[in-house]
Design a protein around this ligand. Structure first.
Ligand SMILES: *Cc1c(COP(=O)(O)O)cnc(C)c1O
Length: 220
């Protein structure tokens, strides 16, 4: 994306109070650096090794968001530096993040990933599992749950996508009050559906291909 295009997109998100996470999976450190030089600081990655490699090469003030499926035995590699883990999809993963964050005397921001799409391959909690987890959240001293993340079904059916985003927003509103807490983040919207997501209450969009061009090989 050209600098001018990037700035006008960024302006639009800023005006709406929406945080832009630039999803850089499969893209080189040089490509990340280019966007960094335009002022972008929040970047999202799906793979632990790839994230660790880039983090080592790139400026320290980048806020790295982990957005892919995370295996528990790999949490330790990103715990020292990760800014936010958006893809918490099980209580056991939450427990492991808490444990690793404690080792580094950190409190790591996380989002709970909700399963809102039709596709069986997408990870996440359903409404019942979320409700069951909430009373336990206080026990985790080294994670800070900031809200919810979800991915809509990959479809041209706009009504369906909207319905899924509305459902996610409703869950956030419902549990924000009972969790009492600092649930200020609703991460929804990607290259194809961010307008719809923002219209329905998104506070954080995760955008890859629109910024960096199509990915060379299909992943995550
Ligand atoms: C890859 C990915 C994105 C970005 O997708 P684009 O369609 O390229 O914008 C956003 N969120 C998650 C969880 C992803 O895996």
């Amino acid at each position: 994306m050209e600098a001018g295009e990037f700035y006008s997109l960024k302006e639009k998100f800023d005006a709406a109070g929406v945080t832009l996470v630039a999803v850089s999976k499969t893209k080189s450190a040089a490509e990340v650096q280019k966007l960094y030089d335009l002022g972008q600081r929040d970047f999202g990655e799906n793979y632990v090794q790839e994230l660790a490699d880039k983090q080592a090469q790139l400026p320290d003030d980048i806020r790295w968001h982990f957005i892919g499926h995370l295996q528990r035995n790999k949490v330790k590699y990103i715990a020292p530096f990760v800014h936010m883990i958006q893809s918490v999809d099980s209580p056991r993963l939450l427990h492991e993040i808490d444990k690793q964050a404690a080792k580094h005397e950190r409190r790591i921001d996380v989002l709970l990933q909700m399963h809102i799409a039709d596709e069986a391959t997408k990870f996440g909690f359903d409404a019942g599992e979320l409700a069951a987890l909430l009373p336990d959240l206080d026990q985790y001293r080294h994670v800070h749950v900031r809200g919810l993340m979800g991915m809509a079904t990959f479809t041209d059916d706009q009504q369906k996508v909207e319905k899924e985003f509305r459902f996610l927003k409703k869950m956030l509103d419902q549990y924000r009050s009972s969790a009492g807490a600092h649930w200020d983040t609703l991460s929804m919207g990607m290259s194809a559906d961010f307008d719809m997501a923002i219209k329905n209450g998104s506070t954080m969009v995760r955008i890859g291909s629109l910024l960096f061009g199509a990915r060379e090989y299909p992943q995550g």
